[in-house]
Design a protein. Structure first.
Ligand code: NI
Length: 128
């Protein structure tokens, strides 16, 4: 194991909404992704999902018991989507995020709307 530069990891690929696994912590993946535009409404039934914004700005639309709202995460912000909560990330411009979630977690969750072509339904890719 060697230290991993997040900037070098992010520079190693160009795909949007297609996370790379940079390391693992116990049963969790630490993933980084480049994102821009809309993801897809989805929910993870069995796990929370942690977001850290490395560059740019991430919006996450949430469907909660009280109704729908959107949280805005500028660079340097963290947010955890609770398990079972439908959510749809959106980035108004080029953005880089770090996501922490259990190994094997699908990017589109256990329930989701139709997945558009620009969204990669994956459990994360190895860095190359
Ligand atoms: Ni999610």
């Amino acid at each position: 194991m060697e230290p991993i530069s997040l900037s070098a990891a992010l520079a190693s690929f160009t795909d949007r909404w297609s996370p790379r696994i940079v390391t693992t912590v116990n049963d969790y993946d630490v993933r980084v992704a480049k994102v821009e535009g809309e993801h897809v409404w989805h929910a993870h039934d069995d796990t929370d999902e942690f977001f850290l914004v490395l560059e740019g700005e991430l919006h996450i639309a949430l469907r909660e018991a009280a109704g729908e709202r959107t949280v805005v995460l500028p660079k340097g912000s963290v947010f955890t989507v609770p398990r079972g909560t439908e959510h749809k990330p959106y980035a108004p411009g080029p953005t880089a995020i770090l996501v922490l979630e259990p190994t094997g977690t699908l990017t589109v969750g256990d329930r989701h709307d139709d997945v558009p072509d620009h969204v990669d339904a994956t459990t994360g890719h190895a860095l190359t």
